[in-house]
Design a protein around this ligand. Structure first.
Ligand code: FES
Length: 213
């Protein structure tokens, strides 16, 4: 029987095989495989969930229950830059609503939506663990802390103009952030590559862009 992901890019197939090998019970690989499938498809599609089900031996319904539980599995198309504004209590008390409004104004995208061009998706999120640096936001899950509405709008305009392929938290913090919650230590060299937010160890890069592991 042919592999359910035989049509994937060979590099993604290799990553999937590496993930599967890592788990004694392949069902435990459902989350990283879902993540990889979302990279292949651009978001977690029905087809992606069926492929992951076939790879893991889970039912499509079981895979869907995982995908729908975690908000970071995107069930719809996501823009090249996913701007996530924390609106939980610490950030709320320090002006998160104004930051969100500034982001919506600068991108032209309202909370929960993606623009037609596929450049920005804007969302509000629950606490992202940067309360000491409130208000905080993320771009493709890279943190920017201590933002102001003006700086958040400036950040969005910069993304629109510069269109960086790799979004670096350190760089954005320096250019548009304020007081961070703590010193993160060593600089992060890889950042997050658009359009789908990505992290190691499953690879930050699309095939051919370098940097994937
Ligand atoms: S409340 Fe915003 S990071 Fe915790």
């Amino acid at each position: 029987m042919s592999s359910p992901i035989a049509h994937w890019d060979p590099e993604y197939q290799r990553r999937a095989a590496t993930i599967v090998e890592r788990y004694p019970d392949v069902r435990s690989a459902v989350m990283p495989l879902l993540y990889l499938a979302s990279l292949h498809h651009g978001h977690v599609t029905e087809e992606a969930m069926e492929e992951v089900a076939a790879l893991t031996g889970l039912t499509a319904a079981q895979v869907q229950s995982v995908a729908s539980f975690y908000t970071m599995y995107k069930r719809e198309r996501v823009g090249r830059y996913l701007v996530s504004v924390c609106t939980s209590i610490s950030c709320f008390l320090r002006g998160a609503d104004e930051v969100l409004a500034a982001v919506e104004g600068a991108t032209g995208v309202v909370d929960g939506e993606t623009d037609d061009e596929g450049l920005f998706t804007v969302e509000h999120v629950e606490c992202i663990g940067a309360c000491g640096g409130a208000p905080a936001l993320q771009v493709n899950y890279e943190f920017v802390e201590g933002v102001t509405p003006a700086k958040a709008a400036e950040l969005c305009r910069w993304l629109r103009d510069a269109r960086p392929e790799v979004v670096l938290g350190d760089e954005m913090q320096l250019l548009f952030g304020g007081r961070p919650s703590f010193d993160p230590g060593a600089p992060e060299p890889e950042g997050a590559i658009a359009p789908v937010p990505a992290f190691g160890p499953y690879g930050s890069a699309r095939p051919g862009t370098g940097g994937g592991r």
